[in-house]
Design a protein around this ligand. Sequence first.
Ligand SMILES: Nc1ncnc2c1ncn2[C@@H]1O[C@H](COP(=O)(O)OP(=O)(O)O)[C@@H](O)[C@H]1O
Ligand SMILES: [Mg+2]
Length: 246
Amino acid sequence: MKEEKLLYEGKGKKIFQISHSKDQVLLFFKDDLTAYQAKKKGAFENKGEICRKISSLIFKYLEKNGIETHWIEDVSSRQMRCFKTEMIPLEVVIRNRLAGSTAKRLGLKEGQRIEEALLEFYYKRDDLDDPFVSEEQIKQLGLIKNKSLIKDIKEKSFLINKHLQVFFKRANLELVDFKMEFGLFKNKILLADEMSPDSCRIWEEKTGERLDKDRFRRNWGQVKESYQKIECLLFKTWKELSDFKK
Ligand SMILES: Nc1ncnc2c1ncn2[C@@H]1O[C@H](COP(=O)(O)OP(=O)(O)O)[C@@H](O)[C@H]1O
Ligand SMILES: [Mg+2]
């Protein structure tokens, strides 16, 4: 598919307009890796490909489970065709254990288990370092036009978490936390952007080995190998599930 006008280049992806449809965009996954609001930069070969593959797989799995996403089809190893959504400027984070910024901010041990999944909203603003926002602040700032959409987003997020926890567990992986971005398309809320080791904390279930972007953030090495391991385990599980249904 021909890439048309570049609409936006972000830290990890490029978004192109598609000539024959104003309603759709092409997402191109780059090899760049950034952390700490792009203060730390890096890259590795084929990162874009791995993240595109994992994202597509997760979107497909969720679609099969009745969750609407922006994903339409894979176009090449690094490109996916998606519905063009009006992005809601929030990062919705679900945590199944406490890690990262929340553990640090609350003075808790990283990896602390929590009884129920925790949902947090962050205002997607690079220039403000994506600050934490409360529901009241979201309403005050008018970040979500229709207030009932906040409820809708929360319900969808918890449901996505339920489905993904089952899928990851089957793959001997633990989904510790993850970040989602939602967009509006024809008055519907769609899960958009990407779902990859760049935006999720994923630990190997038995060993506790960390396989996600924390390896890059904290200079632990083996970043590419860890992303590949996630890809391999998720695809193996996807195949097993598909074979089972035949
Ligand atoms: N389906 C979509 N339609 C329109 N914009 C999208 C869609 N999915 C993701 N985006 C937006 O495209 C950009 C993706 O590029 P990325 O490199 O992740 O950017 P950023 O550095 O802003 O996070 C993000 O700003 C994201 O909100
Ligand atoms: Mg992004």
